[in-house]
Design a protein around this ligand. Sequence first.
Ligand code: EPZ
Length: 435
Amino acid sequence: MTKGRGRREEAFVVKGLAGRRQLAGSVTISGSKNAALPVLAATCLFENPVKLQNIPSIEDIWCMQELLGDLGAVVETPRKGTCIVDPRRVKKTTLNRYISQRLRASIILSGPLLARHKRVAFPHPGGCVIGERPIDIFLKGFQEMGARVNRRGEQYVLTAPRAGLTGADLFLRVPSVTATETFVMAAILARGITTIRNAALEPEVESLLRFLSSCGASISGIGTPTLTIHGGSVLKRRSPLYRAIPDRLEAGCFLIFGALCAKELVINRCNPDHLRSFLNVLSRLGVIFNVSGSRIVVRGMRRTQSKFTIKTHEYPGFPTDLQAPLAILLTQARGEHLIFETIFDERLQYLGDLVQMGADVKLWDAHRATIYGPTKIRARTLRSPDIRAGLAFLIAAAVAVGESTIHNVYAIDRGYERIEKKLQRIGLSIERVEV
Ligand code: EPZ
């Protein structure tokens, strides 16, 4: 696998198991992308180098590291999974346009840069095409903290008054994950007290806040929707060390592989507490699993009749990032199940390809679709539309009759570390090929 821009186009070729449960063995879950990304951005709040561990080797992480390097930070990766960021030479306050447009999470850097250097400029951030992804919550919150917002061509230019940002009482119109993370970082360096109401509760947010708090930031209300931050100065902790939490989204996908394709699959180093709503849905669908500590063992699925709605929701509700992978399970479950995607506007588009593969789907509108099962899935040539739907296509290809080719592997590599190696090790016939 080659890194980033300019890499050759690759595809996955998968021999489907035609519904047979032939995979077996164990997988170890990697560190969470969405936990590691904000902590990489948070390194700009520190006076000393920050060490991060259990960091996945994936495209989005490389992208954020490249962006930090472009700003002047020294980024080292002494060994797999470890990254050290020295923020002392960060002086530049304009985010590289080409890198930012590949990664929505680039916007998180606006918090620490604006608060510390009193200026930040960035283009509208890129990332997965899963619907309109506005940044109004960010702009409004920064204005309430005293920043001036200007639009210069493609760029947003934000400046803080000479004395810096000031604490404010912020109410988030929706509990945005990255906006919560960004405002906490800005508030740590702002003068006075900031309250963030309707804050996101995702485990990745909590992991960031606990880390910042352990390094001296004054944050109360962690794990609740109301956060209070007493701002003041840069974080001076010597040798700060962060260890990324396990990726609940990767664990969720392997649970589906286990339910559909395995006799027995052991999922190691995950946090079942972060998967409660997902495990609840799996139980209702008849998936057979056993949780013990940080391990989940999955042993197929009973084909009992069921009919219910799966509605995506902010944490602790059902995660939107597991909606597409779950849809593949629903094509194999007996009954009819309505998916109600409430977070993003264009996150059901992958269903068109699934129908071409033989799934029985009624799309009611941009947010709702009923899947009738079980149906036979046929192999097909596909193109990953985004990280999570790309992984869903891999699951569909594993279940299918025949050989599928999935193009735009880059989208899958953005979020999953060496996914084909993990799948080969449990017995799936999958190859990465250049096209
Ligand atoms: C985070 O994105 C995740 N990304 C996403 O994962 C995840 O799907 C999403 O949260 C929801 O859980 C990272 O953590 C890096 P939001 P984020 O702001 O923060 C609207 C993946 O595959 N909104 O919580 O960008 C927005 O349009 C990715 O790993 C505004 O309207 O999501 C959406 O409808 C994809 N205005 C809702 O809020 C704003 O200014 C929630 O989005 C900001 C957001």
